[in-house]
Design a protein around this ligand. Structure first.
Ligand code: GDD
Ligand code: MN
Length: 365
């Protein structure tokens, strides 16, 4: 038997302390006779997951830990783990024991035997696989997400949302610079980034019930999934962040009109109503952008929020002047149509607001 490292098992974790020792024991059993290492990629879990993994790692050199500080994200954690090994094959498996680790040797065998193959995916949706005790709601949501993914996917993978697969490491290194790295869908990301379709095989497994800890798949993750799909389809035309910023801006116009109308109907004069409308819209946009568009750099605490809000209002006020200035110029001096001039003004204002607020309101300085 050769000593050469065969496979790395990357395990993204967030608050999985109780599952760490069990998982390592199960890997040890499943991969007996193989040269493997396990890499926990933990996002500084408050429950001390990384400590639990390090405790094992001191005894067992096959166990390694990457502890990321100030970062969150399943996909990006997987990418970092996958790029941190010398093994020619790398598998990704959840740290909560929901995936069936006994599939790992078969995944490795397939890749070692068939050099034409690039990826082996653990699938819940081929004959013999299943979603165990999932409730109806989750089955429906997962089916919907899978259906959407087919729009961006080249091959007909039965379970593109799977978080359980093995891939040749050189592919990962090649694709890493172009991955979107957003959200949970690392496999989909890899498969859609490759210009030549990756050749895959699927092995069935049954998704187990989680017994310790809780799922991190929440509304934010679901939104990130949609963002990632958008990014794949249209990101090269209009960047995701700018699209979100503009979408929120359109909602802000609605807020502006609503407040303006309400103030007028209460008897305010137009100037006052207009000022109230603009202030409400800017405040609304500031908080929504802070929660969604810039969620990973979200400003927190009264002081930071207040400063952010002030800088956002200043940026937007200047943006508004630019907007009106451009529109008036095009309309009065270039004989532009009213609608065309107004649109050009809005576009310039939006780009201005976006560029400057991303630097001065949500930038690091
Ligand atoms: N490092 C890191 N950072 N790990 C994370 C993060 C994060 O921000 N979020 C989640 N994880 C880890 C969890 O600790 C767990 O080990 C694994 O990623 C899966 O997270 P869960 O929160 O348990 O996800 P799930 O069970 O709801 O979703 C699973 O099934 C989906 C299919 O429906 C995952 O396997 C998904 O990848 C899969 O698409
Ligand atoms: Mn899980």
């Amino acid at each position: 038997m050769s000593d050469l490292l065969e496979i790395a098992v990357v395990i993204p974790t967030f608050n999985e302390r109780a599952n760490v020792p069990t998982l390592v024991a199960k890997l040890d059993q499943a991969l007996v006779g193989r040269q493997w290492e396990a890499i926990f990629v933990d996002d500084d879990s408050p429950d001390g997951t990384a400590d639990a993994a390090r405790e094992l790692a001191r005894l067992d050199r096959r166990v390694r830990v990457i502890q990321r500080i100030g970062r969150r994200g399943l996909s990006s954690a997987c990418i970092e783990g996958m790029c941190a090994t010398a093994a020619p094959v790398v598998a990704v498996i959840d740290g909560d024991l929901q995936h069936d680790e006994t599939l790992l040797p078969a995944m490795l065998d397939l890749l070692q035997r068939d050099t034409e193959l690039d990826v082996v995916v653990g699938s819940r949706f081929v004959a013999g696989g299943g979603t165990g005790d999932w409730d109806r709601d989750r089955v429906a949501k997962s089916a919907f997400a899978t259906k959407l993914s087919r729009r961006v996917l080249k091959g007909d993978l039965s379970d593109p949302m799977s978080g359980f697969f093995a891939i040749r490491t050189d592919h990962v290194r090649r694709l890493a610079p172009d991955l979107s790295a957003i959200g949970f869908k690392i496999l989909l990301d890899l498969m859609t980034t490759s210009s030549e379709p990756l050749r895959f095989a699927e092995l069935p497994y049954t998704f187990r019930l989680r017994t310790e800890g809780e799922s991190k798949l929440d509304h934010v993750v679901a939104m990130e999934y949609l963002i990632a799909l958008y990014d794949r389809m249209f990101g090269h035309v209009v960047p995701v962040r700018f699209a979100m910023f503009s979408g929120i801006g359109v909602l802000g116009v609605g807020v502006h009109m609503g407040v303006l109308g309400a103030a007028l109907s209460l008897g305010a004069d137009f100037l006052l109503a207009q000022i109230l409308g603009a202030m409400s819209a800017m405040t609304f946009n500031f908080f929504l952008n802070n929660t969604l568009t810039y969620r990973e750099r979200r400003l927190k605490g009264f002081r930071k929020l207040f400063d952010g809000w002030v800088s956002f209002c200043i940026v937007c006020s200047v943006g508004l002047i630019a907007n009106i200035g451009i529109a008036a110029f095009l309309h009065d001096f270039r004989d532009g149509s009213a609608a065309g001039s107004a649109l050009a003004g809005i576009l310039v204002g939006a780009v201005w607001n976006y560029a400057l607020s991303s630097k001065f309101t949500w930038g690091r300085y």
